[in-house]
Write a protein that binds this ligand. Structure first.
Ligand code: ADP
Ligand code: MG
Length: 704
């Protein structure tokens, strides 16, 4: 740890972040391995590994007051025990304490156990009351035989920690106790929050908060603790969110010191583009384009996030920015997170820009051999003015001649780390390209604050005119034949339809199989229609041909996998059937549905679900029926599925907090923001220690 802050008069002698758990008594290599599996490697990790619930073993409940579903300690005298043969053999022990009688039931028991529970023995048990044959009983309680005097009870609530197989609560408790002692004697976690902050928000010290949460006093409000809203918990969450926010702001500060090419607003290409379009830009597109033009004219790199609902025309805004770069003799790159999305962009943009005399190339991992050599050569010589591709754009051995702008589509699938890595890749002799980040789906505000505090944000809050809201219907798959009938009628009326096959797994191969099976079935049932099939395993050229045929109206029904999620634009298609919609996230459903409702006629989306639906699935799908607003849907998705899913970072573990819960603690965010600004001006010396304490691997963020 670096120099102590003004709040810490005596320098800590011990850095708990550096003390491995193996230094604790009783922790050998095997246990250390188990702990590592749940991300506990140091004593600090252990202190931050907080209970998710508690048991009250501080007092004895009279047997007469036992309640179903409530955990309790009881103490009483054994009246008798017997082995009973019900559906399963069990040991039944009756005990009484003068207020009532209850039964203990054990399904696994030894002869010794049975013999020790003789009539007259006094036992103390802990368990959860459950309705049984003789009233409220305890199933498999923990118990001990107590002497006449009785042992003392716990003097604080008993913590239950998140754990893993083979790691017992008693072990975790014993280790936490040791860690707390180490904390108390070493004073190794000085308070890093400014005094005025703690005073204003009524925060206790970090050490006190940790002690409280590992061993809450008898009178602690259990319901608050279990909801995670206890002041001691909010205090920790606040500090963590603060550290996260400060880290992102710091990254931005570092970026602001970099140089970037000033891309002047020459307007010749953008004017040309607009003249070639059959429509004019929406007011929102114009506003956001101007914000971008202002940013890239400066000599520091733009870092801007553009949000807009599906179909709001983000691509055009990105292209306008790219044209500014090209107008200034710089190259621009558009990067998408998947091959399919990148291809779609390329197929859409290449002809449009070629008409303006601009050369566009495509690069992905799939481009190999001579073709690859040519593309790389064109990029390096500067002959390629726009480069569209996947991550492959920023791999070793790929060089730009003069890159002025990077556009990243659907950035929300990446975390801060990737964003930084990308930024560094663009570094050319200390000059950085401008960065424009577009999210395919809106991100709720609270998430923007914690996940994107290093970016400026623009919102395209308007759809192009002439869109009709899509009418969404939920139908169980038992009524599949009715839906097929409906497609048949619609297509005979000159309309076009999509049938989307989905699968739980992102496995493209399996999705294709499902689509192929549906295709075969539809050809049998609807033989008089022209039916097409499109999926990710087709070659780019084949996909383009099929889409072209669908656009031209030569295909009436298109069976597809989720490849059509983005970038497909056929206004005459007014009906979409999505199979197994319960398997997809709301944002993805919203994206898919955005493929219809692009023309004049009324559009319908049928969510053909597999019954029975779980309650959560029902709730989620009914949100799709209620709303066509991507921002609203994203908020709901966040409530139901949590930030990891919405940000697309669940698998990667990015944006995972130790204490904070972005939903539960969202009300803290405005104060987090306010105080981080105050700390930046009045207590800058606290920033690095805070970041180091809370952000594992913060070295990777560089410059910290
Ligand atoms: P998204 O924001 O979902 O990426 P796109 O950029 O793919 O949306 O645009 C969706 C469709 O809307 C495209 O066909 C595009 O040509 C069209 N479009 C974009 N801007 C306008 C506009 N101002 N007026 C009419 N259509 C537009
Ligand atoms: Mg898009």
């Amino acid at each position: 740890m670096t120099a102590p802050s003004s709040n810490t008069p005596c320098a800590p002698t011990l850095d708990l972040q550096k003390v491995p758990v193996s230094e604790l008594k009783g922790v050998g290599p095997k246990l250390a391995e188990k702990l590592a599996a749940i991300h506990i490697e140091t004593v600090l990790d252990l202190l931050f590994h907080l209970p998710f619930r508690y048991q009250d073993r501080t007092r004895i409940t009279p047997i007469g007051s036992l309640r179903h579903g409530v955990e309790a300690v009881i103490e009483g005298e054994v009246m008798g025990s017997a082995i009973v043969f019900g559906r399963r053999r069990s040991l039944l022990v009756k005990i009484q304490d003068g207020t009532g009688i209850t039964s203990l039931r054990f399904y696994h028991f030894s002869a010794a156990q049975k013999n020790s529970l003789n009539p007259g023995a006094r036992i103390r048990c802990f368990g959860e009351g459950r309705w049984g044959k003789s009233g409220v009983e305890l199933y498999h309680p923990e118990y001990e035989i107590v002497g006449a005097t009785g042992k003392s009870l716990e003097d604080h609530l008993t913590p239950i920690y998140p754990t893993t197989e083979g790691l017992h609560q008693a072990r975790l408790r014993a280790m936490a106790e040791q860690a707390l002692v180490m904390l108390a004697t070493s004073k190794a976690l000085p308070d890093l929050l400014p005094k005025e902050l703690s005073q204003e928000l009524g925060f206790i010290s970090l050490e006190k908060a940790l002690n409280y949460l590992h061993r809450p006093p008898v009178d602690a409000v259990l319901s608050d603790l279990e909801a995670g809203t206890h002041p001691a918990q909010s205090r920790l969450a606040f500090e963590e969110l603060l550290a996260n926010y400060l880290c992102l702001r710091r990254l931005r500060e570092v970026a602001d010191r970099h140089a970037a090419p000033s891309l002047q607003n020459k307007n010749s290409l953008t004017t040309k583009l607009q003249a070639s379009l059959p429509f004019s830009l929406t007011t929102a597109q114009q506003r956001v384009s101007q914000e971008i033009a202002g940013d890239i004219a400066r000599q520091t790199p733009m870092l801007r996030l553009v949000q807009g609902d599906v179909g709001s025309g983000k691509t055009l805004v990105a292209v306008m920015a790219a044209l500014h770069a090209i107008d200034n003799d710089y190259q621009a790159a558009i990067m998408a997170p998947t091959e399919i999305l990148a291809e779609q962009h390329y197929l859409n943009l290449e002809p449009m820009l070629l008409a303006m005399g601009i050369s566009t190339v495509y690069l992905s991992g799939k481009i190999k051999g001579k073709q690859r050599t040519n593309v790389l050569q064109a990029m390096e010589s500067g002959q390629a003015q726009l480069v569209v591709g996947t991550h492959a754009l920023f791999q070793d051995g790929v060089n730009f001649s003069k890159l002025g702008l990077i556009v990243v589509d659907e950035q929300h699938r990446f975390g801060v780390h990737q964003r930084l890595a990308l930024r560094e890749k663009g570094n050319h002799d200390g000059t950085y390209p401008h960065q424009l980040i577009m999210t395919a789906t809106p991100i709720p505000r609270t998430l923007t604050m914690s996940a994107y505090a290093d970016l400026d944000c623009s919102i395209i809050d308007e759809l192009p005119p002439g869109r009709t809201p899509v009418n969404t219907i939920l139908t169980p798959d038992a009524r599949r034949h009715e839906i097929i009938e409906r497609i048949s009628n619609a297509c005979r009326d000159g309309k076009q339809a999509y049938w989307v096959c989905t699968l739980i797994e992102e496995s493209e191969a399996l999705q294709c199989q499902a689509a192929e099976a549906t295709y075969a079935q539809m050809q049998q049932l609807l033989g008089d229609l022209n039916i097409g099939l499109i999926h990710g395993r087709l070659k780019a050229k084949e996909k383009a041909e099929i889409m072209q045929a669908f656009k031209a109206g030569n295909i009436q029904l298109l069976i597809a996998t989720t490849v059509i999620e983005v970038g497909v634009d056929v206004p005459n298609a007014s009906l979409m059937v999505i199979e197994n919609p319960e398997r997809l996230g709301l944002a993805q459903l919203h994206q898919l549905r955005g493929r219809v409702g692009r023309g004049k006629q009324e559009s319908h989306c049928v969510l053909l679900y597999k019954s029975p639906l779980s309650d959560v699935a029902k709730e989620r799908l009914s949100i799709m029926r209620q709303s066509n607003d991507g921002f609203f849907i994203a908020e709901k998705d966040l409530e139901i599925r949590g930030p990891g899913e919405v940000l697309g970072t669940r698998q990667t573990g990015l944006m995972e907090f130790k204490m904070a819960d972005l939903m539960r603690d969202s009300h803290l965010q405005p104060r987090v923001k306010l105080w981080s600004e105050k700390i930046r001006t009045s207590h800058p010396e606290l920033i690095v220690p805070l970041i180091k304490r809370w952000l594992a691997g913060s070295e990777q963020y560089g410059h910290v």
